[in-house]
Design a protein around this ligand. Structure first.
Ligand code: ADP
Ligand code: MG
Length: 324
């Protein structure tokens, strides 16, 4: 039987490598040395079995996704990732599960050159809580409250395939997906790619005003920017870029899942119209596709329009854990 301390040592403690952490796992606290003059960005995201992922979910994918959703928050603030902690509740210490989970987790950590610097481990219903630490220069954060009337509204990547995969798992689709389509869409649900390079470059450039990552559906998440900035927006629903599989579905499904799908982990950000060329250059240099999908208005509220500019009422809301 694996003890708590064996488990940590075997699966989560790795040789220390040169990052900001001067002391990682093994003492009462980790120690970080902030880069001179930089601010620290901190965010936590929790994944609970049966709530955020299906019971029996593949451990490797779960390791990836647990860290990915946290890195996505740093990206949405424009902070460069530095390290993270992991609080883990496990029903039992299964070697296969721990090996898969830590492999998925560290593959993504290594891709961003960040280190696991501490955490906590306990027996309990499977729950994964990661806290990420990032850094950014003072005044550069892409805050939700900074959108201005006249700003363009931008989206990274594509939307809706994660929601499409969920609908397929739940048997909600009038026309079921083929196995190949379902597998392709499911990659977006299980293995989101946090848009770290884009978020960091937008913040460092000073070109973008506000940003949020799309976890609960674009309409719901954009509403946070609008409320905090005291502005409204016009969103061209037909300009929203659908995921590869959603692109082959009917227009009603495309609109609904692009506008309010959830689990996309793309960035929604605003920038002045004068920055259009600069934004496209940043998208190019970070190899991240971006699409202009609307504009910020002085008039409060979110107006959904079609390609001709005619009003659309899709009856959409964002996801809320205590309402659904
Ligand atoms: P304490 O009892 O002082 O809180 P623990 O015994 O819980 O310390 O943890 C021992 C060390 O292992 C600490 O440095 C802690 O940060 C680290 N640790 C515990 N669980 C994890 C985990 N799941 N991932 C990474 N580090 C962990
Ligand atoms: Mg502890």
């Amino acid at each position: 039987m694996l003890s708590e301390f064996d488990l940590i040592q075997e699966y989560f403690q790795r040789p220390h490598h040169a990052t900001r952490a001067i002391l990682g796992i093994g003492d009462d606290c980790a120690l970080l040395t902030p880069a001179p003059g930089m601010q620290t960005a901190i965010s936590s995201d929790m994944l609970v079995e049966g709530r955020h992922f299906f019971a029996g979910e593949d451990a490797l994918r779960l390791g990836h996704k647990s860290l990915a959703v946290n890195l996505s928050d740093l990206a949405a603030m424009g902070a460069r990732p530095v390290g993270f902690t992991l609080a883990l509740a496990l029903p039992s210490a299964e070697r296969d599960w721990l090996a898969g989970f830590s492999q998925g987790l560290f593959a993504l950590a290594d891709a961003h050159n960040i280190e696991l610097i501490g955490g906590d481990t306990t027996r309990g219903p499977l729950t994964i809580c990661i806290t990420v630490f990032g850094e950014l220069a003072p005044g550069r954060a892409l805050r939700r409250s900074n959108a201005l009337p006249g700003d363009d509204l931008w989206i990274s990547g594509t939307l809706g395939d994660a929601r499409l995969a969920l609908a397929a798992y739940r048997g909600e689709l009038a026309t079921p997906l083929t196995d190949a389509e379902h597998a392709l869409a499911a990659v977006r649900m299980h293995t989101p790619i946090p848009r770290v390079a884009l978020g960091v470059a937008l913040a460092e450039s000073g070109m973008a005003h506000a940003a949020i990552d799309i976890s609960d559906g674009l309409v719901g998440d954009l509403a946070h920017i609008l409320k905090r900035s005291g502005v409204g927006a016009t969103l061209d629903v037909d300009a929203l870029p659908p995921g590869q599989v959603l692109a082959t579905q009917n227009a009603a499904l495309r609109r609904a899942y692009c506008a309010a799908g959830g689990d996309d982990y793309e960035l929604c950000f605003t920038a002045p119209a004068s920055a259009r060329a600069a934004i496209l250059a940043i998208a190019g240099s970070t190899a991240t596709p971006v699409t202009r999908v609307g504009s910020i208005d002085a008039q409060a509220g979110l107006r959904l329009v079609d390609a001709q500019g005619a009003a659309l009422d899709l009856g959409l809301t964002g996801f809320d854990h205590f309402k659904s």
